[in-house]
Ligand binder design. Structure first.
Ligand code: PEP
Ligand code: MG
Length: 872
């Protein structure tokens, strides 16, 4: 642990600051003081020998940070270095940080085990919050009509600021706040945020709790003030996040949200005995949360209460260590849950777990928990539970119902940590348990039957509310539906249930909790109703609908591993779009014939440094191995526009979709592209892997990309590394120029893959992420179809392969049209593969060609859809 030394003219001042810092950094922190002089009648001053002694006292290999007040303190500290052994000097840093704020910030960082550099950085940035507080006030909000966002450059006196009007419809809820915190943490910077509209703040942008409890709602104006060497870059990156609607889809808030109950259910809510049982035949109206119909017996979810013991700490250091272990174990649980959800649903759905991970590092929780143990002598579980409860109350008092509801996420993570600390849920003598024994007992109980589920008997889980961890742990074989008394359709539990394909209804009301174990229920995830002990007629109608749906799904799944062959015998290659090896298992289980699009950017977006060639090689190899010999198309890094790399700060662009993205960025940063190509080539030496370049607009770009590949190959050969004899390369056709000039590309590439998501947005000049115009960017528009036809024809004539990997490839409506246009290779999200294969099997190619010809001549998307449905 880094040691601290305080050099002051006054011994009293040094002791006082040390006392304050020690309270923040915990008992194991080492602080040395060198204050005042040993001269009677002349006690004020500094002495190099004392400074050197203080450094020796707190010395460790991790280094020592020295903070000074002024004048001769600096000279004495410099002189002290000369008095110390030479080999130690480069582990001692003298910092210009302010004495009091710097010491406190450094103590916190050192107490967390940060490196010397990080501790020094924290100390240096310690004035940011005070500066922001004294300079930002509601009065400084932009008057109407002023630009929405403004970066003020740094001056000698003032840190740069960024003022943003938050236009995301949900405000800065958990996920956007987490993205913001990650960005702030990715730069050498301190960012203080103030909600100018409410006057709340400033708070530290590195704390998720602090940011979220600013209660930033749609339309609020926030002020970010950054200090530190990368202040401008950090603000630019945050500006880009705001431009990207804070990472949310553009119309994330559903109209029903406002009315959705948003408070955390209290103990009375969870107590089923207090709610009278609803009558047989009663239809309880809630909010649709996940489509589908479920009929089954009620299975009330009984929460194992996690009671933190009151006993005082017997060993404060041991308690602090136990808490840290529990936090680490919970972090592992969350990472596993994230991987599970990303594999079964989508990465966007899984992103909520990133926010959960941030809770585990949040100084707004760790600080009070540490103080609870070290200062107040509480045991680890009690200190943690109190810190979580205080933070959750802050969330629950926010004005915005959506943000208020996020307290559930915080409490859920808090409980996960407690379960790692406490073995006896209630009563008895709780013990501290250092290692994680199981993943969320409450969730595991769903699988194991302790919540009333007989193994093998499917049921409808009835709960006050469902946390994301609980939703992630639902076992599809045991849980046919979920009904929640509280919560809204945008609660993360509901989002996850939806993405896992489990029908769900939320906000049903307290009456639901009175339903007895085993009561027959019928749940309609589209109408948002739960029928208690449904009459035979209701049951029959729902059962018919459910059975029809289930039959289709089961039939598709049963044939998922069969080849997709049209009625007239043409084989269509149906592959998966994946983002990493976690997705591959789901893809193979869904019957993927290979991976048609590996979006490698996730690997780059998830780290705080450019992944090394070896890291990439391992990641790509894992994907290839998971495919067991099936072909893999690896797309090189496609960042820029909506996807920004934290460690590659790019200029703010007025029009990022038309800016430096895809291959343009790769060619501008050849070191990134070449490392990626070398990693790909190393894997291609052993597996069927081909490389695809995104966003290619000109032949010159395709040629330069090929040259980069050749260079990468030459450098590997020079090192004696195995490389494949030959590797296929292709381009994404997603820029209209490439589609129109496709013949010119034929000599330079082996295959084409149509990125119809981007192609449609560029052809129709409609931003695919802007809800106001996104509907225009429909890839079934005849203008897009004409380009697809052109590319398919030129590719066939030139003997080149052609695929479609945009969203339309998995749309059963679009599939006959695409086949009719000459496409025989489709790539899509894993879950869409079984129904897409069925759509191929239902297609007669001769009829599809006629349909495609009519679609090409159609005037509108609507006409194309009419043509398809008439033939279907
Ligand atoms: C596309 O643009 O259609 C495509 C598949 O790429 P992405 O969605 O990753 O931009
Ligand atoms: Mg694209």
């Amino acid at each position: 642990m880094v040691g601290l030394v305080l050099v002051c003219h006054s011994a009293t001042l040094a002791e006082g600051v040390a006392e304050l810092a020690a309270q923040m950094g915990g008992q194991s922190l080492r602080i040395g003081v060198a204050g005042g002089l040993d001269q009677p009648g002349n006690p004020l001053g500094t002495d190099a020998v004392r400074v050197a002694r203080a450094i020796e006292e707190v010395w460790s290999e991790d280094g020592v940070l020295v903070l000074m007040d002024l004048g001769s303190a600096v000279l004495s500290a410099e002189l002290a270095l000369d008095l110390l052994p030479e080999e130690r000097r480069d582990r001692i840093l003298l910092t210009e940080a302010p004495l009091v704020e710097g010491a406190v910030a450094a103590a916190v960082a050192a107490g967390l085990g940060d490196s010397l550099q990080k501790v020094a950085e924290e100390a240096r940035g310690a004035l940011a919050a005070k500066a922001a507080h004294l300079t930002a006030s509601p009065a400084s909000a932009a008057p109407d009509g002023e630009p929405r966002r403004e970066v003020e450059p740094a001056t000698a006196a003032q840190a740069p600021t960024l003022r943003i009007s938050v236009e995301s419809s949900l405000g800065l809820h958990l996920r956007p706040a987490a993205l913001l915190v990650r960005i702030a943490a990715g730069f050498a910077v301190d960012v203080a945020i103030t909600n100018l509209t409410s006057g709340k703040g400033p708070v530290n942008a590195r704390s998720l709790n602090a940011v979220a409890t600013l209660g930033v709602r749609y339309g609020d104006e926030i002020l970010l003030r950054a200090s530190g060497p990368q202040a401008q870059e950090a603000l630019a990156a945050i500006g880009r996040l705001a431009d990207d609607n804070w990472g949310d889809p553009h119309s994330a808030r559903s109209p029903g949200d406002e009315g959705a109950p948003a408070r955390r259910p209290g103990p009375a809510d969870a107590d089923a005995a207090q709610a009278p049982p609803p009558a047989s035949g009663a239809v309880l109206q809630g909010l649709p949360a996940s489509p589908g119909i479920a009929v089954g017996a009620a299975r009330p979810l009984r929460a194992a209460s996690v009671a933190a013991p009151e006993d005082p700490s017997e060993d404060r250091d041991a308690d602090w260590t136990a808490l840290q272990r529990a936090l680490a174990a919970t972090g592992d649980d969350i990472r596993r849950a994230r991987a599970s959800v990303a594999g079964r649903a989508s990465d966007h759905d899984a992103a909520i777990f990133d926010a959960h991970s941030l809770f585990l590092e949040d100084e707004e929780l760790l600080g009070p928990a540490r103080a609870g143990i070290m200062r107040d002598g509480k045991n680890a579980a009690r200190a943690w539970a109190d810190a979580v409860a205080a933070a959750a109350v802050a969330w629950e008092t926010l004005d915005d119902p959506y943000l208020r509801a996020r307290a559930v996420d915080l409490r859920s993570v808090g409980d996960q940590v407690l379960r790692h600390l406490v073995t006896a849920p209630s009563g008895g003598a709780p013990q501290v348990r250092p290692e994680a024994a199981s993943l969320w007992p409450r969730v595991a109980s769903l699988d194991a039957g302790a919540a009333g589920l007989e193994p093998g008997v499917a049921g409808i889980v009835v709960a006050p509310d469902l946390t994301p961890a609980e939703a992630a742990g639902l076992d599809r074989a045991q849980v046919v539906g979920v009904a929640c008394a509280f919560g809204g359709p945008t609660s993360h539990g509901a989002i996850l249930a939806r993405s896992l394909g489990i029908p769900a209804v939320v906000g049903v009301g307290r009456a639901l909790l009175g339903v007895a174990e085993g009561t027959p229920l019928a749940l309609d995830g589209e109408a948002g109703t739960v029928t208690i002990d449904p009459p035979a007629a209701t049951l029959r109608a729902l059962e018919d609908r459910r059975a029809g749906r289930a039959r289709d799904e089961a039939e598709a799944q049963a044939k998922a591993h069969d080849p997709a062959v049209t009625r007239d015998g043409v084989l269509v290659h149906v592959a998966a779009n994946v983002a990493g090896h976690e997705d591959v298992r789901a893809a193979v289980a869904a019957g993927a014939d290979g991976v048609g699009l590996l979006r490698t950017e996730l690997l780059f977006l998830e780290t705080d440094h450019p992944p090394t060639e070896d890291e990439q090689e391992r990641a790509y190899r894992a994907v290839a191995e998971g495919l067991g010999g099936r072909p893999l198309t690896l797309r090189t890094l496609d960042v820029g526009a909506d996807k920004q790399l934290p460690y590659l700060p790019l200029e703010r662009e007025r029009n990022p979709n038309l800016g430096l993205r895809g291959i343009r960025l790769g060619l501008r940063h050849p070191e990134l592209l070449c490392a990626q190509l070398r990693a790909a080539l190393r894997v291609a030496a052993d597996h069927p892997l081909r490389v695809m370049f995104p966003m290619v607009a000109t032949v010159d770009e395709a040629q330069r990309a090929r040259e980069a590949l050749e260079e990468a190959r030459a450098s590997l050969i020079a090192k004696g590394a195995p490389v494949p004899e030959r590797i296929e390369i292709g381009i994404m056709v997603e820029v209209p120029a490439a589609a129109l000039m496709v013949e010119a590309f034929v000599p330079h590439v082996d295959f084409f893959s149509l990125g119809t998501n981007d192609l449609a947005q560029y052809v129709l000049a409609a931003d695919r992420g802007n809800a106001a115009v996104a509907a225009l960017a429909d890839a079934l528009h005849p203008a897009v179809l004409r380009l697809i036809e052109r590319v398919a024809r030129a590719a066939a004539e030139g003997g080149r392969g052609v695929a479609v990997c945009g969203e339309m490839a998995g749309d059963p409506v679009a599939i006959p049209v695409l086949l009719g246009l000459g496409i025989a290779e489709l790539s899509m999200a894993a879950a869409r593969i079984p129904p897409a294969k069925q759509a191929v099997r239902a297609t007669d190619l001769a009829a599809a060609r006629e349909l495609a010809a009519e679609a090409l001549a159609a005037e509108s998307v609507a006409e194309v859809r009419r043509l398809v449905s008439r033939r279907g």
